[in-house]
Design a protein around this ligand. Structure first.
Ligand SMILES: [Zn+2]
Length: 312
């Protein structure tokens, strides 16, 4: 996933990336294996999951939604189990069952607690059902927690390294000042977590996971002597950097202006932001090429020149 785009005064272009799928580290796998997995096979069958562990952020999302589904299925099973003799259940239990449609994990755990000392046959059946659910639910949540913590720490470490690389290699960094505002104005109506379109929903989840806010925080921490320059421009991605007219987005995230200049939207935003560099700061137009250290080569990609193309 592209999380940023960089163009310097020498014309070098870089794409900053946050990989969505990466080989899990041994450390993560060991941490996941350390979770009690005596029931692992049953767990996978019950949740119909294809992976042993949630190792990518996509796995984490899958595991979460499968676990939610498992909760709903358990509630349905519980209802079938008691529906013919609700009146014979203890009062507290009866009230909880009547409210079943609304309850989540905690509610279900409360019902389970009501069955702990049960001697009655029906309550014992309920207890068995809920204990099976609880074991799998707990193990699943533990694994999700381990993986998502690991993935977030890894992302944060990467952002720290990216910020350092930017600080070391560039004399100034111009960034979009009202970044969050820009997101709201230009992207929010299209990309929402509540969208019924699955692809858009996933895009929104990615964006949430990418947490550019954190990268920006890291950059801010490194700011000194006016290193960071805030640029604010309405429609910075949509404004054609050649003719200054406001263009339209295409499905490929290219922008086409009324004069037919077609341009990668992020490249365009960079070119527009570069105009914020005060005249007296324009220097070093040499052909310098910042080195990308080995640990960042997967995340900072040197791009070939993106040139605007004229549409036929
Ligand atoms: Zn144009």
């Amino acid at each position: 996933m592209r999380i940023g785009y960089l163009v310097d005064t020498s014309g070098n272009q870089f794409e900053l990336r946050l990989p969505i799928i990466e080989k899990p580290s041994r450390k993560l796998l060991n941490a996941l294996k350390s979770v009690n997995n005596a029931r692992r096979r049953q767990n996978l069958v019950e949740l119909s999951l294809e992976t042993f562990f949630p190792v990518t952020i996509i796995d984490v999302w899958n595991w979460k939604s499968k676990n939610d589904l498992f909760l709903e299925e358990t509630k349905a099973k519980l209802l079938t189990l008691v529906k013919d003799d609700i009146e014979s259940l203890p009062e507290e239990m009866r009230a909880a069952i009547k409210n079943l449609a609304k309850i989540r994990r905690t509610g279900l755990l409360k019902i389970w607690k009501l069955t702990i000392d049960a001697k009655d046959g029906k309550l014992i059946e309920i207890r068995r059902l809920l204990e099976d659910w609880k074991d799998i639910d707990l193990e699943t949540l533990k694994k999700i927690k381990i993986s998502s913590t690991h993935l977030i720490n890894k992302r944060n470490k990467l952002y720290e390294n990216m910020a350092l690389w930017l600080k070391i290699n560039f004399s100034y960094l111009i960034w979009e000042k009202d970044f969050s505002l820009k997101q709201i104005v230009e992207s929010a109506p299209k990309i929402s977590m509540n969208s019924t379109d699955v692809a858009i929903k996933i895009a929104a989840k990615y964006r949430f996971f990418a947490s550019l806010h954190f990268l920006r925080q890291k950059l801010k921490q490194l700011d000194s002597n006016g290193w960071l320059i805030g640029g604010t421009m309405s429609y910075s991605t949509l404004r054609c950097y050649i003719c200054n007219l406001i263009g339209k987005q295409t499905p490929q995230l290219h922008i086409v202006c009324p004069n037919g200049h077609k341009c990668d939207q992020d490249f365009q935003a960079c070119k527009n932001l570069l105009s914020y560099l005060p005249e007296d700061l324009v220097f070093n137009k040499s052909e310098s090429k910042p080195d990308i250290p080995a640990h960042l080569t997967k995340y900072i990609i040197k791009c070939s020149q993106i040139q605007p193309v004229m549409l036929e």
